[in-house]
Write a protein that binds this ligand. Structure first.
Ligand code: ADP
Length: 273
């Protein structure tokens, strides 16, 4: 009787110890499964978005070319068609560049890529590009500077990469502004060793839980307003990779949905010698 009871007690203890382990295993398994499903969903959404972004301009260019080929058009109409085709090919090039740049992700800057970059002229170049690309009126994007010395900050880095990062931030500010675009850009260089760029919009805003996630590759916030806007979820990932490669950091702030957002980039900088 004693032996039988000891056996049962032993089994009971083993059962009590194993039960939480099995439950923990099931919970962990479910968590990983859900994560994997979400990742797959993001990949699918990304493939759909990229396919759409590649197909649409090509289809449009093809249509215009066919029209030019098959009809006699006056000079005015032809010039209008050329303009649309150039815009479409810019859009195509932009998507391809985004995908290629995202692929470079965590690679380090090569020594030969490093050159002093004048941040002020780079930002003003990106402002012109954004205004033209989105057909914005002059007042839609304002620009301010707060510089300790009268000289613009210089960054030791890759100009193309930095241009892509700043353009992505400006593009997003416009894209997620809704019908009325009011974007403020501020360049600050009051600390000798650091330059700060702020891009503030009055748009759809970001929920507090999404503020960090939006920098992940393929991630797109799921609120109704942002899902209506087309995108691949690569822009902010590129911004973060570029800024990190230059030894800086980037973060987003927003009082909440519908209340605008501010993106701040901090980069190690120096004054021109
Ligand atoms: P995409 O714009 O192609 O979706 P991004 O990586 O540039 O990809 O942005 C990721 C997500 O972050 C966007 O889908 C959007 O939900 C959110 N986001 C980015 N910029 C802003 C902004 N200025 N205002 C509100 N939401 C933004």
């Amino acid at each position: 009787w004693v032996l039988v009871n000891w056996r049962q007690a032993g089994l009971l203890i083993v059962g009590i110890l194993l039960f939480p382990l099995i439950i923990a295993g099931v919970v962990l398994n479910t968590i990983f499964l859900v994560r994997e499903i979400k990742k797959n969903e993001q990949h699918d959404a990304f493939i759909n978005a990229v396919t759409h972004e590649l197909k649409t301009p090509v289809a449009s260019i093809r249509l215009y070319l066919q029209t030019l080929q098959s009809r006699q058009l006056d000079e005015g109409k032809r010039q209008e068609f050329y303009k649309v085709m150039v815009e479409d090919s810019d859009r195509l090039l932009n998507t391809i560049e985004q995908v290629l740049r995202a692929g470079q992700g965590g690679t380090r800057l090569k020594h030969r890529q490093l050159a002093p970059v004048d941040l002020r002229s780079l930002v003003s170049e990106c402002l012109v590009l954004t205004r033209t690309r989105h057909h914005l009126p002059d007042g839609a994007i304002t620009y301010h500077e707060a510089l300790a010395a009268d000289t613009p900050p210089r960054i030791l880095g890759d100009e193309d990469d930095l241009r892509a990062a700043v353009t992505n931030l400006l593009d997003n500010a416009v894209k997620y502004s809704g019908p009325t675009v009011q974007v403020d850009v501020e360049l600050e260089h009051t600390e000798a060793s650091q330059a700060t760029l702020r891009v503030r919009d009055q748009g759809v805003g970001i929920a507090p839980t999404e503020l960090k996630r939006i920098f992940k590759r393929f991630y797109r916030a799921r609120n109704i307003v942002t899902t209506r806007v087309k995108g691949t979820g690569l822009g902010l990932f590129i911004v973060q990779s570029v800024v990190a490669r230059h030894g800086g950091k980037v973060f987003a702030e927003s009082p909440g949905l519908g209340q605008g957002s501010t993106f701040t980039v901090q980069l190690p900088a120096s004054l021109p010698s």
